[in-house]
Design a protein around this ligand. Structure first.
Ligand code: ZN
Length: 332
């Protein structure tokens, strides 16, 4: 669970929210608005935890019973609503059925805390009938309820809803803040942090997600390379080419790291005959299939070559050159 103190760069929003924490009282309805990845969701959960916390301070204590439940997502006084595909629909919405469930839920007293918190993610997917049904609750909310609506753009919400809520804006962060954040969070070099900070355009959430996406990209690239034995050249040569083609240093390093992990997994599958304890558990069936194409001996050799290539990159040596030198050595 994140606390309010862990939220970076949204000082204005945090100030507004802290004004609703003990000894002060929160308002009944808020809209958290701002671009994707700016921390609206994390902040909503952190604030909810602080509101429910037994310590009654300006932030969640993180250790009381209420905080532990907030952390594990099992607090009976925190109601989360997300858009979903309901009945015969195809797109994700929050429909009137869901709003009616919520209204009946809110008619009860809180179970444990002094408040009930509703976090509605993607509140702008409420269709018109849902929004109309919800309006009454927003007009006269039960006294012990705090409602948080999360949207990227308030433009998609009816004015009748907006006018009944206090809007808290989340803004993209300056480059320096994201740089420091990803460097600390992902434990990466200045160069890498700089690349991610630029690409994220002020959104810390997107910076983290983006980094993960690119890792996934690298893994897919490598897996298809191992899988496709028809294309020219031995695997390590193809990998060297891919790494060399990748103008982005960071991505090139990811390709090599990902290749080493995949080879390690293939070796595990071959030796143990099982798919337990793999690094890439989520794609174990694909790994099992590809492992069938290689002998253990070949996998060990590829692993060693990858090790050399990783070293070569550190020394700024062209990976293709390393492969050529290695194959020469093997011929002798
Ligand atoms: Zn607590």
């Amino acid at each position: 669970m994140q606390k309010l103190i862990d939220i970076i760069g949204q000082e204005t929003a945090i100030k507004v929210l802290k004004a609703g924490l003990p000894p002060e009282e929160p308002g009944h309805a808020y809209i958290f608005a701002g671009p994707k990845g700016t921390g609206k969701r994390s902040t909503a959960y952190a604030w909810a935890a602080a509101l429910l916390c037994e310590a009654g301070e300006k932030d969640a204590c993180g250790v009381c019973g209420a905080c532990r439940k907030s952390l594990s997502g099992s607090s009976p006084d925190l109601i989360v609503i997300k858009p979903e595909v309901r009945e015969k629909r195809v797109t994700e919405v929050i429909d009137i059925g869901r709003i009616r469930e919520l209204i009946s839920h809110l008619s009860f007293k809180p179970y444990e805390a002094r408040l009930k918190i509703v976090i509605m993610e993607g509140a702008d997917t409420m269709n018109l009938s849902a929004a109309n049904a919800f309006l009454k609750t927003l007009e006269e909310p039960p006294g012990d309820t705090v409602i948080i609506l999360i949207v990227e753009n308030t433009g998609k919400l009816p004015m009748t809803i907006i006018s009944r809520c206090q809007t808290v804006r989340f803004r993209p962060l300056p480059y320096e803040k994201i740089f420091e954040f990803v460097k600390m969070k992902l434990q990466i070099s200045d160069n890498e942090a700089s690349a991610i900070a630029s690409l994220s355009r002020g959104r810390p959430g997107a910076a983290i997600a983006g980094a993960l996406d690119r890792e996934k990209d690298a893994r897919e690239q490598v897996l298809s390379l191992f899988d496709n034995t028809e294309s020219f050249g031995p695997e390590e040569y193809k990998l060297a080419q891919n790494t060399d083609k990748s103008k982005d240093r960071l991505q090139a390093d990811r390709i090599l790291a990902s290749a080493q992990e995949l080879v390690r997994d293939m070796v595990t599958v071959k030796i143990s005959g099982k798919c337990d304890n793999l690094i890439n558990m989520d794609i174990r069936s694909a790994i099992e299939k590809v492992a069938g194409r290689y002998s253990l001996r070949r996998l060990f050799r590829i692993y060693d070559v990858l090790q050399e290539m990783i070293l070569a990159r550190k020394l700024n040596v062209n990976p293709l050159l390393i492969i050529s030198l290695l194959s020469l050595e093997l011929k002798e």
